[in-house]
Design a protein around this ligand. Sequence first.
Ligand code: AGP
Length: 609
Amino acid sequence: MCGIVGYVGNQEAVPILIGGLAKLEYRGYDSAGVAVLQGQKIEVRRSVGKLVNLQKSLEDNALKGTVGIGHTRWATHGKPSEQNAHPHRSKGCVLVHNGIIENYQPLKQQLEKEGYKFQSETDTEVVAHLIDKYLQKGQGLADAVRAATKDVRGSYALAVISEKEPGTMIAARSGCPLVIGRTKDASFVASDVMAMLAHTRDVTYLEEGDVAVVTQHEATLTDVDGHAVVRKPAKITWDASAAEKSGYPHFMLKEIHEQPQTILDTMRGRYSYETGEADLPDIGLTPKEFAAVDRMWIVACGTSWHAGLVGKYLLEEMVRTPVQVDIGSEFRYRDPLVGKNDLFVTISQSGETADTLAAAREAKGKGAKVVSIVNVVGSTLARESDGVLYTHCGPEIGVASTKAFTAQLTALYLLALHLARVRKVMAAADGKAWLDRLVRLPSLVEQILGREAEIVVIAKRYYKKRNFLFLGRGINFPIALEGALKLKEISYIHAEGYAAGEMKHGPIALIDKDMPVVVLAPKDRLYEKTVSNLMEVKARRAPVIALVAEGELELGKTADAVFTIPETHPLLSPILFTIPLQLLAYHIAVLCGADVDQPRNLAKSVTVE
Ligand code: AGP
């Protein structure tokens, strides 16, 4: 999730660009850069690390001009480095980009054949050379950008300037937000209104496929074919703090609502319908090495460990390979029996969790291949692994992990498909069927998020309770654990996740009318057993909150509160059952007056043992 800023006006561009980029700081980044039209030439300046490094470089060696673009990078393709920092250029064309170009590799090969030399490892640079190619054919900048965006597949928000058309900026979006601001003497472009609130509150949001021609005095919008489009301007009334969260009261709620997009982004460009296979170029092991794997391990901490537990059910069912799951802080203190033919998977949002890092090093020391599912590109765990599967969900600011968790599950679904196909335990047709179901998840998540008000009603009924139980079976047992963790870590209410079948072996003694029990009851092969577990706790007067499959309203009548989950394959149900639990924890915590984004005693990344 990168930050984009553009300016065309009568003031010096650099202070406006830097001020805008600073407002996007909450999005996190690993490098930053600006490009300014200085006379007839566009000068580019980029720095790795914090924005202050770029500011220092510009103080030491100023750039002067009233047209410019700026960028803060959250790496997806290519490690954090100056070469990979934006803006990227091709001759006199310079651009910044947010998004993922799924087909950048074939485009890059074609452009190299046509003589283009690549300076970076990014997918973005492909777009700069594509635009230049069309400019060289005599097209104007707007037409060249339109043509280039037709060649690419994936998501983009672009701000483009060219030495051939000084004073003009082209902004284009598909799949990533982009907004234009106007004043009497200037135009602004940004990925987020935050970057321009200091200058204007009169904005126009670009919509899918829009291409804007931006000059000092106007911004005209067209579609990708050049036909004029009209977009209703908006007046931003948010204060700065609310704008950072796109109008949401907390980063956590914003990130919960980002999940349809982040699940999609984690899938983008990583599968082929034609072959029914996953396409994981950075996975680090050859199909032959995957085929030789005797056993798998998954090691992680906290919410990421819950993802690992889901991975066990998923991988053992789809790949038929034994999977051992461990908590990072336990794994390496028991001299684990890791073998040379073992595949060792670690899962970590930050890629810096000390316990998980130590486990990966232990496994490598014992000869295993390490593949990591990580969100932060270039993090320690990513760099030390033999292969990496990034979750493209952008920086997760809320301490309670939400979008990273469902992105981790998405990455596991892709890994399971990859392993099942290379180990020939899944035929192409089944792979395609699996992908069909997988690509429907973002819209099903969107559907659930649209019913948030139902969760608010449940939260209002039970937020004063001091103890909760979350029950699940099979692949949703880890989701019961996750639901409990979400609630306890942001509301400070005691909550336990339990295997529903385990209740009768002790915990049922806890049940009374003051202990709400959340029961996850997907319509899978364990449904009847889950229903009897629900009846057991109901019989002991516990208030039951049942998450049931659509159509199972019978069960809903028995429960005290019910929330229906859209139908999907049982193995994919964990992502759908997670969403209402995230919302329930969030709304209960808000009703309790807790500090949702920064709960007491917790850190976003636990870099100490
Ligand atoms: C999750 O809500 C917690 N913030 C915590 O359990 C977290 O998942 C854990 O510390 C692991 O972090 P990582 O994914 O960055 O390794």
